[in-house]
Design a protein around this ligand. Sequence first.
Ligand SMILES: [Zn+2]
Length: 314
Amino acid sequence: MANDNKVKQHIPKELRYSMRDFQNEFPNDSACLEYIKNQRWPEGIAPCAKCKCDRKHHRVGNRTAYACDHCGNHIYPLAGTIFEKTSTSLRLWFYAMYLMGSTRCGISAKQVQRETGVTYKTAWRMFKQIRSLLSDGDLQLEGPTVEVDETYFGGVRKFQRGRPMRGDKKKTPIVAIVQRGGKVVARAVPDTTGKRLRKLIRKHVTPGSVIYTDEYYGYFRVSQMQDRLGRRMHYKHFTVKHSDGIYVRDGHIHTNSVEGFWSLVKRGIGGVYHSVSPEYLQTYLDEYTFRYNRRHKGNQQFKAILERASLPAA
Ligand SMILES: [Zn+2]
């Protein structure tokens, strides 16, 4: 907790978003519904299916519907969103998203259960659905310098540096690519073969970038990589000898950025979520990635989650 506060102090005042700000902006369900409606249809101006043109719409009583000012035809801002079929109040959903956007290490369903009185199952389901919106997809890291590393999740010790023994099927490998001073891509993968690693690098790392890894043989051919058309990608590959206890060589040859990301995920999943099944691992990684990629943005984290949640699933 002390650590969390320390981090927040680095966020400029105008980017902070306190609990009080949240309460002022979203005092009740109506305010939340208005927000979602305005995200989708600014000022309530939406195409009316009956009038066949854009019309202003107004709220219909206490319902989650808005009616065309001209013909009365209804539109539903929650249609197609994670809120559509929920019996949980919108404000509680917003609060869960606020918590998710303002933590660094993660929020447990237990904590939300304690604070709001919803059942553990409800809280857990809300987080699961919010998490499902947070993938940064096919993000391309701009370079010029990235670090790539793999770790394993699962088994008795949830995270271990060492690679699993053959036949140890309980462990799920995760690969992270971090742009120094920038964004991260993290993927739960079926294996960490050279082919798999190179495919991820090709997809997410700009040609010509400098790539730092440890000495794992899966990275051996990175500097000779080609794109799909057979053109060289001109990656400059440097390795760090972790096995010798050498973590920084020549000042810049290190993987400290990716280690920093791992420690965030490990602390979070190990300490807050306690256990994660492999099938959900990617969505947890998406949650940590989402926050990491917006770590300097303060209040925009919450608003960025809201933006995703306000729009119908594609
Ligand atoms: Zn109309």
